[in-house]
Ligand binder design. Sequence first.
Ligand code: FAD
Length: 486
Amino acid sequence: MRLLDSKDQSETDPIMKAKTIEDREIDLKQDILNGLKMRVLGLVLMPGEVGYEESRTVWNAMIDRKPALVVRCLGVADVIASVQFAREHNLLLCIKGGGHNIAGLATADGALMLDMSLMRGVWVDKKKRIAHAQAGCLLADVDRETQVDGLATVLGFVSQTGIAGLTLGGGFGYLTRRWGWTTDNVVGMDVVTADARIVHASNDENADLFWGLRGGGGNFGIVTGIDYKLYPVGPEVIGGIVAWPASEAPKVLELYRKLAKEAPPELTLVFFMRPAPPAPWLPKDMHGKPIVAMLACYSGDLVEGEKAVAPIKSFGKPIGDVLVRRPYTQLQLLLDGTQPKGRRYYWKSEYLSSIEQALGEKVIEHSAKIRSPHSAVILFQIEGALNELNEDHSPVGNRDARYVLNIGGSWDKADEDSEHIEWARGAWTDMRPFSTGGTYINFLTEDEGPERIEAALGNGLKQLAEVKAKWDPENVFRTNRNIKPV
Ligand SMILES: Cc1cc2nc3c(=O)[nH]c(=O)nc-3n(C[C@H](O)[C@H](O)[C@H](O)COP(=O)(O)OP(=O)(O)OC[C@H]3O[C@@H](n4cnc5c(N)ncnc54)[C@H](O)[C@@H]3O)c2cc1C
């Protein structure tokens, strides 16, 4: 994509190059661009214009793509007008929610990008316990509004993540053990389809589309709003982290395995190993040194919660302990600083059905080989409600998953890419035999191919291809984990 010289241009002179959905390069002319500007209320941005860089960049600095145009949508009408425009000119479309997808699926060279980040409204129906959230919301937006009424839905661990990508791919977090995947808690979605219509998808309306959206990603349309079931949570929970020196890892891992096995659904436990970040609650002389830690959230009765986390707090000699009563909205922010936009990231991930002793030993072994101050190996506990639904309840499936292993490479400099990627791949190769065979679609990196999509969506793929054929037969929505229409 290239911006052409704007001197002495007539309305019909080409002003920029863009890509078609067949990956051909075409010229876009001033009169065409003016046509788009007349049709949308939100800003239309070209390379070089204020705001373009902010829109086109995503969380992972490994991704550096340049859409031809960005529309910062202000509402459903802008989304419809943009889809119509893209269809009329056969333009490649990409859709950016929170921009957190590690593979950079929100952006594409030469595409027309719909940036949803100005659509961040949340409406809570306290009586019905439903929140309607616009698709540009970040997790923090939804938690903040629902917590006004002491309610919450199942969202993820980092508040700056987009709700749309997370929900469309499955979603898990502090409340998954009680209520399942995020997508198990969606009761409806508003969607702009490939033929630029707005439709509602739920169990009662367009049920096939609703099924596909709950794990099949952005393959079927552009989601403009999501309705979530809400549950009483907080406003205070017991949440936070306890950390020890990495030399204690074998004992802490043993404790983790025991506590996780006995934990009630209200308690979610996460085990991780990494170099200590320069956090004020960790002693300065430990910063950069390897640590082992447990992150916990007890979202039920606070007195019971204090009892449940007591064995963690009293274990050995922690070097830091911020596992306390705190607002749920504050817990949601706790990890944000460790995952800033603009670093380089490469992850490898698998679902596990248990934490075997031998797997634990490998976690410790590969954590000791971390060479970046930001990388980590993490075990998320997710078992509970999600295991109780049938595999075909939604395409997110993986109802045998009880833990998520994430080998999270994270570093600053481009010339270190190969070193940290090699570390993550090496650890993954060694730990992969412990996998259920399934993996989380939202954690797949740019270099993971069709066999990994199959590992993530498994048996659902055939039905997803049928839903795709009905709702997007020309594969207009292809900048995603693409499912070809059958
Ligand atoms: C720091 C960090 C922490 C994370 N923690 C968790 C976690 O705790 N739990 C969890 O489940 N996942 C987690 N994830 C993974 C997360 O679910 C994915 O990265 C997800 O894709 C993020 O959604 P997004 O809207 O920010 O993505 P984007 O990058 O904006 O988009 C991802 C995909 O979704 C599509 N899309 C976005 N919006 C729409 C829309 N409105 N309509 C149709 N398609 C759309 C995009 O086109 C793209 O294909 C985390 C990711 C990061 C980077």
